[in-house]
Design a protein around this ligand. Structure first.
Ligand code: NAD
Length: 324
């Protein structure tokens, strides 16, 4: 008999904090760069049913002893059913035997691991004296992004813009809770004021132009995770030092796909953030440089935080058990 641990959405929220996710994501980016963890090819298909996109992200982290798959996708009709549009579940397997070891809710973990990814980029690449955080996007992910970024520098103010301005009050409420001044601004004004910018939208056209961005800015572009999506002017990637979670994804489904396709940069101009974490790349050069992190979202991030959820839930006696 094989015993499987079950950690549902509520327990994940209860046990996995922002700092846990940061540590797990930082460690797995480092392991990826050392060649000790790798993501397997992503499957993502239109189902031809319920307008849904469905797929798998999987990988193996030898350093962390974590093997698994996140399965799920996007069901646009869910909102009318009172459910989140993005739905996912993580399956973890024992790397020694292949037996299923845990089933973990993936919705909260997706948000917290995505926020951890941009937070890692801010920790390693933003100027130390950054004080103004710019937020482009105000959907589900945006509040997780704001919370995780806020602890990385001594931010004093949030400037925000969203293509749908009626969504901004949710960000304003979180900024207020964090004790940060909040101002809704135009995208040009956002570029003029922000030291760090996070983009987290479903855009297919550039929302920020290259000449709106000041020298010294760090951008974490987190929304582009599919072919065709785009959040910033490709010319900005040519001006910036570009980093990513995984180069293969960055140049095919990430923000860098357009700059590479237009011949503005090459794949080898894009540095994995793991190289900076491991001390093999200096990261930001001068204070006046623009750094841009292309956060595409890799399966190993999901597995890393799911593994932490299982460990913490087990330690606290909160994991369910089922025989398989
Ligand atoms: P959401 O549906 O809750 O919010 C969507 C956001 O995009 C809002 O700010 C909305 O105003 C904006 N938007 C919607 N349509 C747009 C359009 N046509 N042009 C410009 N902006 C538009 O979504 P969410 O859960 O907050 O996710 C935001 C984005 O982040 C999505 O594109 C999602 O695929 C992506 N995402 C990336 C990762 C990653 O690891 N990189 C992880 C999770 C989600």
């Amino acid at each position: 008999m094989n015993e499987v641990l079950i950690v549902g959405e509520d327990i994940c929220q209860q046990v996995v904090g922002q700092a846990d996710a940061f540590a797990a994501v930082e460690a797995v980016f480092a392991a990826m760069h050392r060649g000790e963890a790798r993501n397997f090819p992503v499957v993502r298909e239109a189902l031809g049913h319920a307008e849904a996109l469905y797929g798998f992200k999987s990988g193996f982290d030898r350093a962390g002893h974590v093997l698994g798959v996140k399965s799920g996708g996007y069901w646009p009709g869910n909102i009318e059913r009172g459910l989140t549009n993005h739905q996912s579940t993580v399956f973890l397997f024992d790397p020694d035997t292949g037996q299923l070891s845990a089933l973990v809710g993936g919705n909260y973990l997706t948000a917290v691991r995505t926020a951890a990814s941009s937070a890692v980029s801010i920790a390693y690449l933003a100027r130390k004296d950054a004080r103004v955080l710019g937020m482009v996007g105000a959907g589900h992910q945006s509040t997780f992004q704001l919370r995780a970024a806020a602890v990385q520098r001594a931010f004093e103010k949030v400037v925000a813009w969203n293509p749908h301005p009626e969504m901004l009050p949710r960000l304003a409420a979180v900024a207020e809770e964090l004790g940060l001044e909040f101002e809704a601004v135009s995208p040009q004004e956002l570029g003029a004021q922000a030291d760090v910018i996070i983009t987290i939208t479903s855009a297919f056209e550039p929302l920020l132009q290259a000449d709106w961005i000041r020298p010294g800015t760090h951008l974490a572009c987190m929304g582009t995770d599919t072919k065709g999506k785009m959040e910033v002017d490709p010319a900005l990637l040519a001006k910036a030092t570009v980093f990513t979670d995984e180069v293969a994804q960055s140049v095919t489904i990430g923000e860098a796909q357009h700059a590479v396709a237009q011949g503005l940069i090459r794949a080898d101009d894009v540095t994995p953030i793991g190289a900076v974490i491991n001390g093999n790349h200096p990261g930001r050069g001068k204070d006046a440089d623009i750094t841009l992190f292309d956060g595409t979202g890799v399966g190993l991030q999901d597995l890393a935080v799911a593994s932490v959820a299982v460990q913490l839930a087990s330690q606290r006696g909160l994991a369910g058990r089922a025989a398989l």
